[in-house]
Design a protein around this ligand. Structure first.
Ligand code: HPA
Length: 276
């Protein structure tokens, strides 16, 4: 039996990807439910199925595909994780954050992370895009529990600037240029997979959360730990201020698909701006 260290696992994953391409991405992205088609706009794409990358887990959820796409967007090198795995699928936290560490090991400096979320704040409507300015980890687990590898990041990483303030400015500027209203607020992560009860929605509102979802927070904690800059964007696929969601997963995917053109304009603009 061989017990691989995290560094060895990362090296193996990077080596597998390097069999496909030498691209060093500047910006990496994680695309959530229904938003994966931005990866189809990548020029000269090299697609690496997750199953070919050691250490990558494959999602079991409908609407979440699994491959890493490398190429150029707006003339800049990018790496896109098309689909992610979730805690509610039973994956271990260390496996959920492994792809983020691989993106960092590939050379990425910035991570754009997107998700579908339920709107708690009454000002939010279905289809709105929200810049995540902060999060609340209410999943009941932290992905950094366990031994810490100081080569990756510190034992007690601060989270005060997890959503890089300078990059929030970039997102605001691009939204203004593209010409739509970008909401802003706090994302709270629940483990799921059940949607929230009325009492839970009241509680989350009391916490100061604006949207709720079942992803993103583990990846952002891992990104902040290893020094990646982060921009987070939620697509409001259903609202909870009129009571708990009666929406199905299909409704969520449809709402995400409707918001896609704005979302794609925003993310392309951010990549363009980051390259200036
Ligand atoms: N709750 C939790 N996660 C979600 C929701 C929701 O209402 N909508 C999309 N992801």
């Amino acid at each position: 039996m061989s017990i691989c260290s995290l560094s060895e696992k990362l090296e193996a994953a990077v080596a597998a990807i390097r069999q496909y391409t030498d691209i060093v991405p500047e910006t990496a992205m994680i695309l959530g439910s229904g938003l994966g088609s931005l990866a189809d706009q990548v020029e000269n794409p090299v697609e690496v199925p997750y199953k070919d990358i050691p250490g990558f887990s494959v999602s079991t959820v409908h609407g979440h595909v699994g491959s890493l796409v490398l190429g150029t967007l707006e003339g800049r090198y990018v790496a896109i994780l098309k689909g992610r795995v979730h805690y509610y699928e039973g994956h271990k936290m260390e496996n959920i954050i492994f792809p983020v560490r691989v993106l960092h090991a590939l050379g990425a400096k910035t991570l754009v992370v997107t998700n579908a979320a339920g709107g708690i704040n009454e000002k939010l409507n279905v289809g709105d895009l929200m810049l995540i300015t902060d999060h609340i980890n209410f999943m009941g687990a932290n992905p950094l529990v366990g031994p810490n590898d100081e080569k990756i990041g510190p034992r007690f990483p601060p989270m005060s600037r997890a959503y890089t303030p300078e990059l929030q400015e970039v997102a605001r500027k691009v939204a203004k240029e593209v010409g739509f209203n970008l909401a802003e607020g706090v994302y709270v992560a629940m483990s799921g997979p059940s949607y929230e009860t009325p009492a839970e929605i009241r509680m989350l509102k009391g916490f100061g959360a604006d949207v709720v979802g079942m992803s993103t927070v583990p990846e952002v904690i891992a990104a902040a730990h290893c020094g990646l800059k982060v921009i987070g964007i939620s697509c409001v696929t259903n609202v909870l201020h009129k009571g708990p969601s009666k929406d199905t997963h299909e409704d969520v995917l449809k709402a995400a698909a409707d918001a896609k053109p704005r979302f794609i304009n925003l993310v392309r603009g951010i990549v363009r701006e980051l390259g200036k």
